[in-house]
Design a protein around this ligand. Structure first.
Ligand code: NAP
Length: 312
């Protein structure tokens, strides 16, 4: 990626998009386009095509998507599959027609089969049934992955497809209808601290193992891959560090300063016992994450609850 390149980020107001925009600004890339959703709705084929034809970006990070936790996925599967499928089809086709040199499209860890062998290697994609609670989102992602690879094969486009693990950090979604586990727990511990509640109840045994990566590390990995990776084979982005939900809750409570009890409601179901990506292909290329879970949680809590500073 050269300083003279015109770089387009779709979804630049989102969690990962805004981290990427901050990083490209820090690295002094002068020609970065970041159209807001209100200005460019990527579900609109005509507008998307016109935008690409007018600006002729060299590099595209297609990060706009409809994203959410189990609740949002369960309640709005039609919107998840429609918006994501149409957006990526519009963006890939507009990129093809306008001659984009390289395009990054993220898949996601939750695109892998529910019972994939752990740690999950890239070859596990489509090697089993998808988790039913997020099937519409994952099906749209799989469509996007195959579409990107098909465009690479037929039209010779440079398409790269990283698969980030669960991402958290500044700009995360705290809306209870859409939030993932870290912002949801952070909000609950914060509220419990404010209300002086003696305990917070967690669903399940607390034993399932999960992996989390800080958003600035994902943005850094995207830039690294844009510069150093030229295959259209998917590639995992994770930390290869696992933590149980119980230990995660303990760390979040500590960052928040909640000193009450954490009680496990073992009558409630656990999710999959272990979900961690094998990121050794990326590590072997020379990239590693830099931000520990403790540091990332601290930055996130301070930004959202203490400084209340804008993301950009
Ligand atoms: N978060 C994770 O844990 C994770 C993990 C793996 C992969 N990913 C992938 O990484 C990408 C970015 O995720 P994120 O967490 O940063 O998502 P996010 O915070 O929800 O941001 C999504 C972005 O897409 C924009 N957008 C949504 N619908 C749009 C439309 N119709 N037209 C134009 N823009 C639209 C949103 O703008 P408005 O807010 O204005 O609507 C927002 O800027 C997604 O492809 C996601 O699947 C995320």
């Amino acid at each position: 990626m050269r300083q003279s390149d015109t770089i387009l980020i779709t979804g630049a107001s989102g969690m990962i998009g805004s981290a990427l925009l901050r990083k490209l600004q820090e690295e002094s890339y002068p020609h970065v386009l970041a159209p807001p959703h209100a200005e460019l709705d990527l579900r609109n084929t005509k507008l998307t095509g016109e935008y690409f034809a007018r600006h002729k970006p060299d590099r595209v990070f297609h990060l706009a998507a409809r994203v959410g936790g189990i609740h949002a996925n369960h309640k709005y599967p039609g919107q998840f599959i429609y918006d994501n499928t149409v957006m990526q089809a519009n963006v890939f086709e507009a990129a093809r027609k306008s001659g984009v040199r390289k395009l990054l499209f993220p898949g996601s860890a939750c695109t892998y089969p529910r019972l994939a062998a752990q740690p999950v290697q890239e070859k596990e994609l489509m090697n089993g049934l998808i988790e039913p609670t997020n099937i519409a989102y994952a099906a749209a992602k799989i469509n996007g992955i195959i579409m990107a690879q098909s465009y690479a094969r037929e039209y010779g486009m440079h398409m790269i497809i990283p698969m980030p693990t669960n991402t958290y950090g500044i700009g995360d979604n705290f809306n209870p209808e859409a939030s993932h586990v870290i912002p949801a727990l952070m909000q609950r511990f914060h509220d419990a601290k404010q209300k002086l509640l003696p305990e917070v109840v967690l669903w399940g045994s607390g034993s399932p193992l999960r992996e989390f990566i800080y958003v600035d590390d994902v943005a850094a990995a995207f830039i690294f891959l844009m510069q150093n990776y030229d295959l259209h084979d998917i590639i995992n982005i994770g930390t290869m560090q696992e933590i149980s939900i119980n230990d995660l809750a303990g760390k979040i409570a500590e960052v928040v300063g909640y000193t009450g009890k954490i009680v496990l409601d073992v009558t409630k179901p656990d999710g999959t016992p272990r979900k961690v990506l094998d990121s050794s292909r990326l590590f072997d290329l020379g990239w590693k994450p830099q931000i520990t879970l403790e540091e990332g949680l601290k930055r996130m809590y301070e930004n959202h609850f203490i400084n209340q500073s804008p993301i950009l």
